[in-house]
Design a protein around this ligand. Structure first.
Ligand code: FES
Length: 261
């Protein structure tokens, strides 16, 4: 038996929607934005070169941490515990699945791609194409419940990205160092504004007054949390800008703009 708008108890409305506004525009823009990032990130992750600028200490976040013997000399800030990797394995393969999982299970991104990609539903008052609705109770969407575990790993990776940015600044100050620093600052803002982080800070408390530190943290995170959507998109953009800049400098297309050598 059909459920949702096809359920027998629902009014029979043959039109897909009675809305007359441009309700399709936000999901379309979301699709285009997500697709552009996925294509760029996939190409760059498998690129295998132009990810490290030794003279300025710039390492793109797509290849951090670089832990194999295939990594360029100097780019492995935490050693090379892994052997050489075949070319079809991205050098950032340890962090990338977790970062992908973190974004895929993010509460904001769920809203975005459930509407735009999965169309469940595409917009308010627009009938969805699916016959049944099972929410996040079955595989694969039940994995969404693991978001807080992806958060823990993303938190660690943010620390690593911070280390990379600080290391770059020890080589003097250039535009690349500023870009790395801005990127990691925004990544922290995105990571700390996470709904799971907010819950970890202040969830399951009966009396805020008995936990002033957690309450303070929860208050600060709540202020960031209202910007989570903007931070989600901004950090996609800064990740691309950071990687693109490092790639252009590493491949010799442009020179780094030096402020203090
Ligand atoms: Fe978006 Fe956790 S809710 S990162």
């Amino acid at each position: 038996m059909k459920s949702g708008v096809g359920a027998p108890t629902r009014a029979r409305i043959p039109d897909k929607t009675l809305r007359t506004d441009r309700w399709w525009l936000p999901p379309l823009l979301t699709n285009l934005g997500l697709a552009a990032f996925v294509v760029y990130a996939t190409i760059r992750s498998f690129w295998g070169s132009a990810y490290w600028v030794p003279e300025h200490g710039y390492l793109t976040p797509f290849y951090s941490p670089c832990l194999s013997e295939s990594c360029l000399p100097g780019s492995s800030h935490f050693g090379t515990p892994l052997p050489e990797l075949p070319g079809w394995i991205p050098l950032g393969f340890l962090a990338l699945p977790f970062l992908l999982g973190f974004r895929l299970t993010c509460y904001y991104y769920r809203k975005a791609y459930y509407r735009s990609v999965w169309q469940s539903p595409t917009a308010c008052a627009v009938a969805e194409p699916h016959d049944r609705y099972t929410g996040e109770t079955r595989f694969p969407l039940i994995i969404q419940n693991a978001h807080r575990y992806f958060f823990y790993v993303a938190f660690l990776i943010s620390i690593i990205n911070t280390y990379d940015a600080i290391l770059a600044l020890t080589h003097g100050l250039g535009l690349g160092g500023i870009i790395l620093l801005v990127n990691v600052t925004l990544l922290w803002a995105y990571t700390l504004s996470c709904h799971s982080c907010r819950h970890i800070a202040g969830g399951r408390l009966k009396h805020f007054s008995k936990h002033p530190v957690r309450y303070r943290l929860w208050t600060l995170i709540s202020k960031l949390n209202v910007r989570h959507m903007q931070l989600a998109w901004t950090t996609l953009a800064t990740l691309v800008i950071t990687d693109l800049y490092v790639m252009l400098v590493a491949s010799g297309v442009i020179s780094d703009l030096r402020i203090i050598s």
